[in-house]
Design a protein. Structure first.
Length: 264
């Protein structure tokens, strides 16, 4: 297994704090709003936000549904309480079910109904976050990391609909390094990451690859411009797996780009 480039989490924490503070100041806003899922990414962003602005300028909302695990809910509360952040716990389950009841009918094709229903959850959450962002004259801070953003493992106009991404250039391994440096509880660092959109869902199971391999595959492809064969050889995996991940990257490009404009 190859190593990722040397990464200094302390240097990053200082840089991220400046980035957050400057982003809020440049937007003439008063603070930040974020969603706390109980996962490592949102925990890291919450810690960075409070470090940059102070807890009084950060509002965090825990927005569970019936597929949110008890552990994630408890960990989200732990982060919110330990950082003394303002905000509420608001279940989105009724909103989600009402939306499905409103939109579903017998004439709709059924092939994508599970995906459509799952993606509704982060889109409902982001609508709530932007509501509070307007109330508090704040920016919505995102929690996406480079690994997941690169393969499109996020919902467009859902958890991808944000104003800034402080950890958007960190591979998942680097997120863990920052989490340890920030002193985030072990219960959050050691549990399997999950999007929490489906029962018993884990990120690595859904991605079909462990994060250590995925991080390195993306690094070799995006930053070292290695061929698929060289990547497969270096990581000792099947070339078809490399091609699959590259396809995920290419097919999700529209999710990372700004809205295309036809200029007259």
């Amino acid at each position: 297994m190859i190593d990722l480039p040397i990464f200094n989490p302390n240097d990053f924490i200082e840089k991220a704090s400046r980035f957050i503070k400057e982003s809020v100041q440049n937007a003439h806003c008063d603070g930040l709003v974020l969603g706390l899922s109980g996962g490592i990414d949102s925990a890291v962003v919450a810690y960075l936000a409070v470090r940059a602005l102070g807890s009084s300028k950060v509002h965090a909302y825990i927005l569970p549904s019936k597929t949110t695990s008890k552990q994630d809910l408890e960990d989200a509360k732990l982060i919110k309480d330990s950082l003394n952040i303002n905000g509420d716990i608001l279940s989105i389950e009724d909103l989600h079910q009402n939306f499905l009841s409103l939109c579903n009918n017998e004439l709709l094709p059924r092939g994508n109904n599970i995906l459509a229903s799952s993606n509704l959850k982060p889109r409902i959450r982001m609508s709530i976050l932007y509501y509070y962002a307007a109330i508090f004259n704040s920016l919505v801070v995102g929690t996406g990391n480079k690994t997941e953003l690169s393969v499109g493992y996020f919902t467009k106009h859902g958890d991808g609909g944000v104003d800034l991404l402080p950890i958007g250039d960190l591979y998942k391994e680097e997120v863990f390094a920052v989490a340890k440096e920030l002193g985030i509880p072990d219960s959050i660092i050691t549990k399997p990451p999950t999007a929490g959109l489906l029962p018993n869902q884990t990120d690595e199971k859904e991605l079909g690859m462990t994060y250590p391999i995925l991080d390195r595959l993306l690094y070799l492809y995006l930053e070292e411009s290695e061929s698929t064969k060289k990547i497969a050889d270096k990581l000792q995996i099947n070339i078809s797996e490399v091609q699959r991940i590259i396809s995920l990257y290419e097919n999700s490009e529209h999710k990372r780009k700004s809205i295309p404009i036809l200029y007259k």
